[in-house]
Ligand binder design. Structure first.
Ligand SMILES: [Zn+2]
Length: 279
């Protein structure tokens, strides 16, 4: 299917999920109001391994990579994460209803900065009134098959949030301090220069991190970090779980939400994060 151009930029967008309604738009500073900033439930405070009422875990972030047929330049290890356009359209079409039944807010996220973000994903999200977060690698911006600076401004103009996925798509765990700074702090500055406002979200390449990674992310001013650890997250959490959509695995929102809320799943997830944060 031919890519559809995005229409006029959105100044404010109302996203309805079941009986809940979430406002997307720009803050007074001209920056995108992140979709998680308006929560339908009371905030949850997480500390260490303590757990609060699971019904307050509301955001189900979904990781997408490319949509459609992967172009020839896509590395072999990234190709399983590309999903057919019709599969994506069907998922988004049914997402609100399934999320409402499961008691979660679906928030699609897109890693790697592929061109399908702007050619396919964004128009579908606009039509469905769903929020979206896009995480390009700054070293790929403007390269063949990836988003350009103008594309980032277009997405930003449609009230989608843009975050950093680093520079060269390398794992951040165990990087030397200079390389880590380049990936985390420099990439933030590059996107801020393109968009003209603060960048406050980052997505961990390959989901890898360690204590030094988390320290530098906080020091650099990131207000939210998106991992590849499965789970659902409180609306105000700094470290956010995401479920990855793969074309070779079933993605059922209700069963994922149910599983994510079980005590055993949360104990394992929090325990793994606690250990990785110490290393
Ligand atoms: Zn990635």
């Amino acid at each position: 299917m031919a890519p559809r151009a995005l229409g006029r930029p959105i100044q404010a967008q109302s996203v309805r999920v079941g009986r809940r309604c979430r406002q997307l738009g720009r803050s007074s500073a001209g920056r995108l109001a992140a979709p998680h900033q308006v929560s339908p439930v009371a905030p949850v405070v997480r500390s260490g391994l303590s757990f609060r009422r699971p019904t307050m875990l509301t955001d189900l972030f979904v990781i997408f990579h490319g949509i459609g047929d992967p172009p020839a330049h896509i590395p072999a290890e990234e190709r399983p994460y590309w999903i057919p356009e019709q599969t994506f359209r069907a998922f988004i079409r049914d997402a609100n209803r399934a999320a409402c039944a499961a008691g979660v807010q679906i928030v699609p996220t897109f890693d790697d900065g592929n061109r399908s973000d702007v050619d396919i994903a964004a128009p579908v999200l606009v039509d469905s009134k769903l929020p979206g977060l896009f995480f390009p690698c700054t070293g790929r911006i403007g390269r063949k098959g990836y988003l350009t600076e103008a594309d980032l401004r277009t997405l930003n103009g449609h009230a989608f949030e843009i975050g950093s996925h680093g520079v060269d798509h390398v794992p951040w765990r165990r990087l030397d301090p200079d390389a880590l700074y380049h990936e985390i702090a420099h990439s933030k500055v590059v996107i801020e220069r393109i968009l003209g406002h603060d960048i406050t979200s980052a997505a961990l390449p390959f989901g890898y991190y360690d204590a030094a990674t988390l320290r530098l992310l906080r020091k650099s001013g990131y207000k939210a970090v998106y991992s590849s650890a499965p789970g659902i997250s409180p609306a105000d959490s700094w470290f956010r779980c995401r479920w990855c959509y793969r074309k070779d695995k079933r993605f059922d929102i209700q069963s994922i939400a149910r599983r994510s809320r079980t005590l055993g799943f949360r104990l394992v997830s929090e325990g793994k994060h606690f250990l990785k944060s110490l290393l």
